[in-house]
Ligand binder design. Structure first.
Ligand SMILES: C[S@@+](CC[C@H](N)C(=O)[O-])C[C@H]1O[C@@H](n2cnc3c(N)ncnc32)[C@H](O)[C@@H]1O
Length: 232
């Protein structure tokens, strides 16, 4: 990973904001990811994220924290948070913004136990592909204290395969439709391609059941997105 994402966050944070990140996927064309969005405050967060922050309690782990927007809100409310991300640039920014416990770490290397584990802004993305969901969920389950909870958001992206007449153009021989190849570029430089997973609620529920986690639908968003709570 070249960490172009982290470089962009550092540029924005250091007052060198000249352009946004450009993303595309295996099923969609170029799209702009505005850097200010990654520094959002509570009032500019989607309702699903606001709800997750209201439900967070105890010792919290913010997985894939980015610039630490969610961690900062919780810290300001007096909640103790540990924020982790694989992006060095993101963690540097999170620390400079005031996140007290921020670490460059892959979730699979985390070993502490938490009351709340947050995975927000399509939290299932880091699972990468359907075949890996049970591995990640089993690991997250081991990090939960007895009454702990995992708060995770995602979307059912079936709508992205609809043509103008409402028909679906999905290739039935292809993998699960939420498995995307994700491409990111910044200032003309291309990041190494990544895999990024969107998971519909029923599929998440099925995998949760298979690894012994309860899975509740907490809130649905305006565009096929949802927040789920997983517990023991
Ligand atoms: C879509 S961004 C979300 C950032 C932040 N949660 C937000 O809502 O603004 C996903 C983040 O997850 C991080 N990430 C991806 N895979 C990860 C992993 N295995 N462990 C920890 N962080 C990961 C990425 O570096 C990125 O910062």
């Amino acid at each position: 990973m070249k960490d172009l994402f982290g470089n962009a966050l550092l540029d924005y944070h250091n007052g060198n904001y000249t352009e946004d990140i450009i993303t595309s996927t295996s099923i969609s064309d170029d799209d702009v990811l505005p850097l200010p969005y990654l520094f959002r405050r509570f009032k500019n967060m989607p309702k699903l994220e606001q709800k997750a922050l209201k439900l967070a309690k105890g010792w919290v782990l913010d997985v894939g924290c980015g610039t630490g927007s969610h961690s900062l809100y919780l810290q300001e409310k007096g909640v103790t948070v540990k924020a982790i991300d694989i992006s060095r640039g993101a963690i540097e920014v999170a620390k400079q913004r005031g996140v007290l416990h921020a670490e460059v770490k892959n979730i699979l290397a985390e070993t502490d136990a938490f009351d709340t584990i947050l995975l927000l802004m399509n939290g299932t993305g880091i699972f990468q592909e359907l075949s890996q969901v049970s591995k990640y969920l089993s690991h997250l389950k081991r990090l939960l204290k007895p009454n702990g909870q995992i708060l995770i958001d995602s979307s059912d992206i079936k709508y992205m395969y609809e043509d103008e007449d409402g028909g679906l153009w999905q290739d039935m021989n292809a993998n699960y439709y939420g498995e995307l190849d994700y491409f990111l570029s910044y200032k003309g430089e291309k990041e190494l391609p990544m895999k990024w997973l969107y998971l519909d609620f029923n599929t998440l529920l099925t995998v949760c059941t298979s690894v012994g986690l309860k899975c509740e639908l907490i809130l649905e968003g305006e565009h096929f997105d949802y927040l789920a709570r997983l517990s023991l």
